[in-house]
Design a protein around this ligand. Structure first.
Ligand code: KMH
Ligand code: ZN
Length: 279
């Protein structure tokens, strides 16, 4: 596999719609951005939802509706966030899996998150991993700090491989309180993947805010994949707000092509991740 898997994270739980009008928060806006991002080269969409007041929500009906709408209108792999917002409780986060996504995120430990704490107790992580395997949902293990690599090694050692047998991780770098978003940190994580995780483990990386470009370029240089989107950055360049998620996906696809590892299709991505409908 020489191409690049591009994930788009279009909304997140933290960006304020009032400050960033281009943020997709309604189902129509989500579907519209999803279609554009698929066209631009994305193969996975990492989904957080908002309520009618644009606040983050894990409402089960909205989650099911979003999965159905994205499946109806795109071929993207639908990855629901089980991270939610820092205020979401464990039961609601586990219940995300009842919406039967193709993939879901699974953060490998607790991390300071600006002035907040993103809580991921060991027992919660184990439960998430087990439920995903029972439901044939492919995890994306999210790593905010180097210690999360060791936690994942421990999880796989104690609990076994995820559904499909392939391990895919995402480095989320540049969160205030987590690992830095720079090229040498990407190198350290990439080395950690090789050293501690099963052979064939794939990784993507994303950098928060202005770390988006160094992290993107370093990930490509280390043979990694990419995540971009307005969950992670709302500036395209200095004093240039992002106009839409497709703008970030299009830039990622251009960088991947320049690295001679063009964006892979959704069909190729399903094979790479050993998804249940890969064939
Ligand atoms: N919103 C963050 C607190 C995930 O989606 O799994 C957690 C997050 C991770 O975004
Ligand atoms: Zn997220």
């Amino acid at each position: 596999m020489t191409g690049t898997l591009i994930t788009v994270a279009p909304t997140g739980a933290e960006v304020d719609k009032a400050e960033v009008p281009a943020l997709p928060v309604t189902l129509d806006e989500l579907v519209d951005t999803a279609k554009r991002c698929e066209q631009a080269g994305a193969s996975i969409i990492h989904v957080h939802l908002r309520d009618d007041d644009t606040r983050p929500t894990l409402d089960p009906v909205r989650l099911r509706d979003a999965v159905a709408a994205l499946r109806d209108t795109t071929n993207l792999i639908v990855q629901l966030s089980t991270g939610g917002s820092v205020r979401d409780g464990e039961e609601a986060r586990l219940a995300v899996l009842d919406a039967e996504p193709d993939m879901a995120s699974c953060t490998m430990g607790t991390v300071n998150f600006g002035d907040d704490v993103f809580l991921n107790r060991w027992a919660f992580v184990v439960e998430l991993h087990r439920r995903m395997r029972d439901k044939a949902v492919v995890p994306e293990y999210e790593l905010f700090d180097l210690g999360h690599l060791a936690a994942l090694e421990r999880l796989l050692d104690k609990e076994g491989l995820p559904f499909g047998g392939h391990v895919h991780v995402d480095f989320v770098l540049g969160v205030p309180g987590g690992a830095a978003g720079d090229a040498s940190t990407v190198a350290a994580f990439a080395e950690g993947v090789r050293r501690y995780l099963p052979e064939g483990t794939t990784f993507s990386a994303t950098g928060i805010g202005r770390t988006t470009l160094p992290v993107m370029l370093a990930s490509l240089a280390h043979g990694g994949h990419l995540r971009v989107g307005m969950e992670d950055t709302v500036s395209y360049a200095r004093r240039q707000p992002v106009t839409g998620n497709d703008q970030l996906v299009e830039r990622a696809a251009r960088a991947a092509a320049l690295a001679q590892r063009p964006a892979i299709t959704t069909v190729e991505a399903r094979k790479l991740l050993r998804m249940r409908d890969a064939d």
